[in-house]
Ligand binder design. Structure first.
Ligand code: HEM
Length: 309
């Protein structure tokens, strides 16, 4: 039996609040409810070998599962109405181990504190008819100054033309640990080999509600969809505990490997849970509280959807 801690209690309250705001859709993820899953292969370049003992980032090609998603908790939300999209990768490591890398089409998050995330949800819940008016948004910006950058980015975010043409960021800092035990702060990003292509909101709205799923099903029949895994190397002074802040643009980047998405879609996606804190030796979580909180929140969501709730 899982022991209740203040984190697990807050995780339950947070998922409850998401359900109260967005509704409950039995059997679905409480966020990023609509998605599609593919088999993939990840081939490392070896460029990250000096930084980590994790074999899939050094010299071992591994199979992977990748899930592309629309961020809304409502599985019927049109792709054009949820600007943020997700890409979750589960690498299948030797000896039945796995590790997850979960990313979105934004480089930052709205807060560095799980409690503030819950407070923001409470504020959103208080909006009349669930729809914010101009005054509500002004109050939201004033009440949560650390969230301004992310809110503004979300507002301006262009819709990706295809799941295959988005750049996806894992947002949090992690540590790579090498054979000498040296720890390097890093961030992960997936760069689409097809190039970044976006749509205006007007163009996205004119497309079918599930345009991303339809486009991807057609695309994988015609071409191999590939993403390069970029590792951004942090420097002294770069924050590792604050996902509301980007690191300076001039940080060194290494090209750690390529993910090749196969044509075969996987129909049963219910039993996968992409907990971003599941890491192999050679990669460690940073001190980012949102990162550790996600473990509890995803587990609450998984337990509920597994029971068909
Ligand atoms: C307070 C912080 C957060 C909360 C409470 C939260 C909550 C959730 C929940 C409940 C799910 C569904 C999990 C499941 O049923 O398997 C989910 C999925 C997801 N979240 Fe978060 N999340 C948070 C932060 C983030 C951040 C910072 C990112 C950026 C990388 C992110 C990206 C995703 C993605 C891509 C999925 C879909 C996973 C999949 O494909 O199964 N989330 N989130």
């Amino acid at each position: 039996m899982r022991v209740e801690t203040s984190e697990t209690v807050l995780a339950k309250s947070t998922v409850n609040r998401i359900e109260e705001i967005a509704g409950t859709f039995p059997g679905y993820r409480r966020a990023h409810a609509k998605g599609m899953l593919y088999e993939a292969t990840f081939t490392p370049t070896g460029e990250a070998s000096a930084f980590t003992t994790a074999s899939h980032l050094r010299d071992t090609e591994v199979q992977a599962i990748v899930r592309f998603s629309n961020s809304s908790p409502n599985p019927s939300t049109a792709d054009a109405l949820a600007a943020v999209k997700g890409m979750s990768v589960q690498f299948q490591l030797p000896n039945d181990a796995v590790t997850n890398l979960v990313s979105i089409t934004l480089p930052i998050f709205v807060t560095k504190s799980p409690q503030i995330f819950f407070d923001i949800l409470n504020t959103v819940k208080s909006f009349k008819n669930g729809k914010p008016h101009f005054k509500d948004m002004v109050n939201l910006f004033a009440s949560y100054p650390e969230s301004r950058a992310a809110f503004q980015m979300i507002r301006k975010l262009k819709h990706t033309k295809s799941y295959a043409t988005g750049r996806y960021c894992a947002v949090h800092a992690f540590y790579l640990v090498n054979e000498q035990g040296f720890r390097t702060p890093v961030k992960f990003e997936w760069e689409p080999e097809a190039g970044i292509e976006t749509l205006s909101i007007k163009e996205a709205i004119s497309l079918p509600s599930d345009y991303l799923g339809i486009e991807m099903s057609e695309r994988v029949k015609l071409e191999e969809v590939r993403f390069r895994l970029q590792i951004v190397i942090g420097e002294q002074g770069d924050s590792t505990d604050d996902p509301t802040k980007e690191w300076p643009k001039d940080r060194q980047r290494i090209n750690a490997g390529v993910l090749r998405v196969k044509t075969k879609a996987i129909v049963d996606q219910d039993h996968f849970v992409f907990d971003p804190t599941v890491l192999p030796p050679g990669i460690e979580c940073s001190d980012d509280e949102i990162l550790s909180f996600r473990k509890d929140a995803y587990s609450v969501s998984y337990d509920r959807r597994k029971k068909g709730q």
